[in-house]
Design a binder for this molecule. Structure first.
Ligand code: UFG
Length: 328
């Protein structure tokens, strides 16, 4: 019995594949490699193709005894989703619909879906709980929320049980230092900060210091990518025990400001990282912190890498040894 990881060549997907293999599971990866990296897949069987292509899905499900699916395959750049929403709705929604159709055809009953804190939009409470209102402020978050709704109807009609995991700020890299974050267009704070000591960028721009927070910069909840992976496997196992479909937040429940993240990165790298305040980035909520109590309780999930220093330390181990990502 195998677990199919769609988007297993991406940042979070590749850590998922590694975690499943470490836990002795049989893994099949399906990825179209448009943003993922072949070198990021540390083992298991690999198929190249797009979720919108029925033929590759049928081949993957026919040639393997797939018991459950974990779906990471999506575009995830918030800014791009605002300038080209149809690109996001087409890939992120149509891709998962096609995957669900194949699951239905092949009698596969369990799916863990990669969702996001962006489904909430501007939060009404801090920390955010799963029952808070969802009002996405970008098309990326909207595409993920649409899929969550589609999953609900597939559960009631076809008995496909799902878990949607809403991640806060995924960060860090595998303990081995061999896999990590490598986006062609990097927009995330921690890898951009680490480009400064790698001499790939002169300084980090801090997007706004006039937010209603203690030091004026935005606060986020950073969660280690391997802790995200462990939650996915726990979610698969929970569904296999016959439990009902659920939505869970995944974060550490602790917020750090942009200035605090820069400070911790200076300590970890022992470099004086230059930072400069610039304009706010449109659409950034001031504070996003998760309550992950539900996941901790119901999945029995225990994040291992819960200090920001450890998270940034693991990212530094990867970036300092792979300054060009997976490119030689
Ligand atoms: N930031 C900077 N300078 C930079 C980059 C980011 O100051 O060069 C700030 C941002 O303004 C934000 C914080 O650092 O306040 C974190 O920004 P990221 O881009 O790393 O992450 P986001 O919080 O914007 O995005 C994350 C996920 C998205 C998800 C979103 C939900 O990466 O996938 O949370 O709100 F959609």
């Amino acid at each position: 019995m195998a677990i199919l990881v769609c988007g297993g060549a991406g940042y979070i997907g590749s850590h998922m594949v590694a975690h499943l293999l470490e836990q002795g599971k049989e893994v099949v990866t399906l990825d179209n490699f448009c943003t993922g990296h072949r070198e990021a897949i540390v083992g298991g069987k690999v198929y190249e193709g797009d979720l919108r292509d029925k033929a590759i899905l049928n081949k993957t499900f026919t040639e393997n005894n797939i018991e459950a699916v974990i779906d990471f395959a999506a575009y995830s750049l918030v800014g791009e989703s605002m300038s080209d929403p149809l690109k996001y709705f087409n890939n992120n929604i149509s891709g998962t619909i096609s995957l669900l159709e194949a699951m239905k055809d092949h009698g596969v009953k369990y799916i863990v879906f990669s969702s996001t804190a962006a489904t909430y939009g501007e939060p009404e409470n801090i920390p955010i709980i799963e029952d808070d209102k969802t009002f996405p402020t970008n098309a990326y978050g909207e595409s993920k929320l649409c899929v969550e709704k589609i999953l609900k109807w597939c559960d009631s009609a076809y008995g496909i049980k799902y878990t949607a995991l809403r991640y806060f700020n995924a960060a860090g890299a595998h303990e081995s230092g061999n896999i990590g974050e490598a986006h062609n267009t990097e927009t995330h704070l921690i890898p951009l900060i680490l480009q400064v000591p790698l001499n790939k960028r002169e300084k980090i721009m801090i997007y706004g210091d006039d937010y209603n927070t203690e030091d004026g910069t935005c606060i986020r909840d950073y969660i280690h990518v391997s802790d995200l992976a462990s939650a996915h496997l726990l979610a698969v196992e929970r569904l296999m025990r016959g439990e009902e479909s659920r939505i869970y937040n995944l974060g550490n429940g602790k917020g750090f400001s942009v200035k605090e993240v820069v400070e911790v990165a200076r300590k970890v790298t022992e470099e004086d990282i230059k930072a400069e305040i610039s304009e706010r980035r449109p659409g950034d909520p001031s504070v996003l912190i998760a309550s992950s109590d539900k996941a901790i309780k119901e999945l029995n999930w225990k994040p291992k890498f819960n200090s920001l220093e450890t998270i940034i330390g693991s990212a530094w181990k990867w970036h300092s040894t792979h300054p060009n990502g997976y490119n030689k």
